[in-house]
Design a protein around this ligand. Sequence first.
Ligand SMILES: Nc1ncnc2c1ncn2[C@@H]1O[C@H](COP(=O)(O)OP(=O)(O)OP(=O)(O)O)[C@@H](O)[C@H]1O
Length: 658
Amino acid sequence: MSLRTMAWAEAVTESARKQTRPLPPPRNTTYLPPHLRYSGGGGDGGGYSSYGRGSSESTQYGFGGGGYRGGGRSGPGRDGGRGGRGGGGGGRSRGWVQTPRPNREAFHDVSGKFEQLKVREGDDVGNVGINFDAYEDIPVEASGEDVPVPASTFGEIDLGECLNNNIKRCRYVKPTPVQRHAIPIAMAGRDLMACAQTGSGKTAAFCFPIISGVLAKCVERSQSNGDGWTAFPRALILSPTRELASQIFEEAEKFAYQSGAKVAVVYGGAPMGQQLRDLERGVDILVATPGRLVDMIERSRVSLKMIKYLALDEADRMLDMGFEPQIRKIVQRMDMPPPGARQTLLFSATFPHEIQRLAADFLKNYIFLTVGRVGSSTDLIAQKVEFVRDMDKIEHLCGLLKNQRDNETHGKLALTLVFVETKKGANQLENWLSRNGFPAIAIHGDKVQMERERALRLFKCGTTPILVATDVASRGLDIPHVAHVINFDFPKSIDDYVHRIGRTGRAGKSGLATAFFSEKNQPLAKALVELMKESKQEVPNWLNDYAEQSLSYGGDQSQRYSSSNFGGYDVRRSENYYGSGSNGYGDSSVGAAAATCNDVSGSYATGSFGYGGNYGNSSVDEPAASYNGSYGGETDAAGTAGSSSFGNYENIVAGGWD
Ligand SMILES: Nc1ncnc2c1ncn2[C@@H]1O[C@H](COP(=O)(O)OP(=O)(O)OP(=O)(O)O)[C@@H](O)[C@H]1O
């Protein structure tokens, strides 16, 4: 990173901040969000907590007395582990699938691979390992009427001088595939549902057209309402978490630098006063989490009646059961112009069919764009899946971390993100790791915003290289140099898996993802195998066996995106939304125009991207002094709380919104 660029980035950032055999899935017709599907109830019949009722909370992963075998510590830790097993492991099946033993060799494989990856990952100065060519052959498909022609360079798109200068400052030399396609579509004024792999540059794909559109027309940004000021943003970008909102805001600020377009952010957990003052100064582009935004609207501090652009990042998450009511309120029941009078852009790496159908309510004559198969993961991420029983998890994790550390130069740990299911589990693992010589910090929705931001900051700068996180950190966060993502608890859905592992292997870099898998995760086996095969990963035999079993058992999630040999799948194509064929930039044998290509230009074949991860280290350092009562809570998995047939999820959901 050049000093000049660094100074610019910092200036902008600174100014911006002040088991058991699982029960078959219910065969219902109502949509259930991923996190509520296939909760791994223990064999004791119960509950959301996959470790079973019988286990004492403190021993669910065998944290017991600390220490793991490899660390030379004695008894209590192991005993603790057994205690956990005693309770939670009650219903392991017999003779159903042969339970493989954890593979000791796997440790060495992983560290070997890790070592290999680290070499590519490490060198910022020369941009070694930054490899957008990796996206070159990715299948791209666009369906809908009159699909605009993609662009192969930023220069081909009329984004305006200021934005173009900022793109150069960001060292974005060429658009990524999603940007090549999505930016011209959005610039043509079309609604868009875009699905592209994690880390492939979706933020810029919606920010550039929005900034350019806002700059094209100047209007009044705020008005006195007799009792204060009301802000009239023209663009609204919604995000499911505070950290992601904050990150999008920082990105948008950089892209809009010196353009005159004003960007502001509002999210829960941070004091309202500063956010209100920012709004009073006028705002063109507002980045927000839903809860805080509703609060601001109800206080007449924000009006949506001037909105011309609405973007939903992580759109499938925003429209699942947890967030949908709030999004409907914002989009349909406040004063926002209807579809057609505004332009709507939905982005995510995953788009289940059910969500696509829901999303259609918010869109008009939209184009559906997929870069890579919907929900696919990039093959930049080396995926390892290891069979690890709950009682062995902690020991296994320690083995991995120890190996990793031993292979590091200077004995330092590369940034490692460990995902667990519950907030309590996150705290326990953080404590355990810290006590046993692994510098770890946790982030989850029960922490106050200041603690969350601190955790992210310490992780990003490498002071605390292990971040133990719930799904609050699974989507969108762009933390450079995350070398290893470990799914200590396997996620509840393959979509969540895709997003979690996508915290590494970003922007053309390589990364490693290791998942601990056990019998109770079997319903996800087939989808996982498909995903791994698609991203050219080696699938262990035992996992293939599980996948076959889950087929006959009927509990797999692999059909969520329906069949399409490659590229994504626009639900409209299977549901007669279209009459006779319309035109895209390719031929289509189905009603909807579907253009498929291995991207537009050969230009990716040569040259490398100038990206150096130069802005990623901007820290989130505005302390949150107070909590806003009504929206201070955080949803780690979903915004929904309460009873359900899936048992209690006391550890998961605190209720409330960001
Ligand atoms: N054209 C480009 N050239 C170089 N780097 C880029 C380009 N576009 C985006 N990047 C960088 O790639 C990284 C990932 O981008 P971004 O966070 O937008 O990914 P994403 O697709 O939104 O990921 P996720 O699905 O996880 O939210 C960022 O660090 C961003 O600065």
